[in-house]
Design a protein. Sequence first.
Length: 215
Amino acid sequence: MLIAVDGPAASGKGTIAKRLAAHFGLAHLDTGLLYRAVGLATIDDWEREDFEARAIDAAMNLDTTNLDEEVLSTAEVGLAASKVARIPEVRKALNRAQRIFMDTPEGAILDGRDIGSRICPHADVKLFVTAQASTRARRRTDQLLARNLDVTYKDILAQIKKRDKDDTENPAGAFFQAPDAHLLDTSELGIEAAFLAALDIVERVMAKKISDETR
Ligand code: C5P
């Protein structure tokens, strides 16, 4: 089984993808971490003339088996990820790693921005997880404050809105909901309820697929 989960920052897509992976025994890849790792590797290079070349080099040589989620999860690294995500050759190099992962024999679930639309257009199930920007900013602020990071709701909301805009207008790969993706709005849902709603969609889609195939 191949599941594609897309959504904007702090929509809950990562948590949902992790829970679905554990439930179905699928390999899971948070593709945002790939962009974040390249962003972090080049975070001091923005003013350099060879910034793009450095980002491409970092993407081509990225060790995808060694991604430190805690180090990569800051708001600054999120913005750096959005910046390198606009470089077509960076996307090309990272797409290669994602396509290899999606062929994991036991099945896979990938979450990101273009999984259902470009990386896995043939996925068995596609979810588009979203929530209001204010809810997402509140969640992300609470997560970062819990780690004793010095952040404010106002700054995080501004960063989330900037990333939403940059990602939606990204000329190297615009972020949008695939037409056949199932929309899940988590604005009013806690983690457990969001997971159960996602599970319900996956089970219904898979049951229909099996019934169509045996007809
Ligand atoms: O999902 P996360 O917030 O970790 O992603 C960080 C950034 O990486 C996004 O804002 C986006 O610019 C980029 N990204 C992307 N395509 C993906 C995953 C992430 O462009 N599949």
